[in-house]
Design a protein around this ligand. Structure first.
Ligand code: FAD
Length: 276
């Protein structure tokens, strides 16, 4: 393991100033970071900046928006009354992250900050039209979740910037999160899918797929087919939407799965989510 310093700043400004240094990285629950540090993944790591003392751990409902602090753990998200009431897809996604011990440590900010296309909260956030609230200690900016990732493990954060929160439109959605791993639980996804729907006179659908491309993708074609269909959905519509999801997927073969399997499963997962 490399030698590195540990800082525990008490304010966002202090954390942000530290993170302007080359080789300094944020640490939240540490469930990704510690594994990577132990495996020597970071060649230039000089210090970790613990962000767990920062005021990023609240879930609030404000001005028709729900703000989820980046420091909220998967367990806090899965059991929060506002999230349970409005965003079942996110509850299901949070509940599939690792085992109980991991869910008590793993934060949503860390899941997004890690920027893996297999991160389970990410398709759920796409399906809920989330925005990422970014701070540098003195000012904030927001970025649509779909514009946050620039590739596997990469994102738009600049030196000194932190994810402060995720901002979701307040709407009562229904939905499902589906995941295929080596086992049905406690495994990194081979492929995952989030489906969220809501009504405002019209029925809206969001379909987001993970582990099928360098970043999570929305299947806009599948969404369009579902939004233009009469309800209840017919077998023909479900079949067309599933085919569209399969066409959207552009996966690779890696140690967890093959391209052909992932592509096929994109359609299967959407069908299952729609039929539940
Ligand atoms: C046994 C095990 C099982 C797992 N199972 C799953 C699973 O089923 N599904 C899944 O998606 N993941 C899984 N993971 C991965 C991990 O638990 C999640 O990605 C978790 O959400 C990371 O959160 P963390 O708080 O631990 O992040 P950390 O490890 O502290 O940080 C992760 C990354 O995010 C950055 N970061 C942290 N906070 C911020 C912030 N506020 N702003 C900017 N960047 C930040 C860090 O610098 C780092 O790059 C598993 C891990 C383990 C060890």
């Amino acid at each position: 393991m490399s030698n590195y310093e540990i800082f525990k700043p008490q304010t966002v400004k202090e954390a942000s100033d530290l993170l302007k240094n080359d080789g300094y990285m944020p640490l939240a629950g540490g469930t990704d970071m510690v594994v990577k540090i132990k495996n020597g993944f970071f060649k230039n790591l000089k210090a970790v900046v613990y962000v767990g003392n920062l005021p990023f751990n609240k879930i609030i409902n404000e001005n028709n928006k729900v703000i989820i602090g980046s420091g909220c753990t998967m367990e806090e998200i899965a059991t929060n009354p506002i999230i349970k009431e409005n965003y079942p897809t996110l509850v299901e996604a949070a509940n599939t992250v690792g085992a109980t011990q991991i869910r008590h440590m793993a934060t949503i900010g860390g899941n997004v900050g890690n920027s893996s296309p297999a991160g389970d909260s990410i398709p759920a956030l796409y399906s809920l039209d989330a925005q990422v609230l970014i701070t540098n200690g003195t000012s904030q900016r927001t970025v649509d979740i779909k514009d946050f990732f620039t590739g596997p493990g990469r994102n738009v954060l600049q030196l000194g910037e932190l994810i402060e929160a995720f901002v979701l439109p307040l709407r009562k959605t229904t939905g499902r999160f589906m995941k295929l791993g080596e086992r049905s639980a406690l495994a990194i996804s081979k492929i995952n899918l989030a489906l969220s729907t809501w009504e405002d006179g019209k029925k809206h659908y969001r379909v987001a797929l993970g582990s099928v491309a360098p970043t999570v993708l929305r299947s806009k074609k599948a969404e369009e087919i579902l939004e233009n269909a009469a309800h209840p959905l017919t077998e023909e519509v479900i079949q067309k939407a599933s085919e569209a999801a399969r066409e959207t997927a552009d996966p690779i073969t890696d140690i967890r799965s093959t391209k052909a399997y992932r592509k096929q499963m994109a359609g299967v997962l959407l069908r299952k989510a729609l039929e539940k």
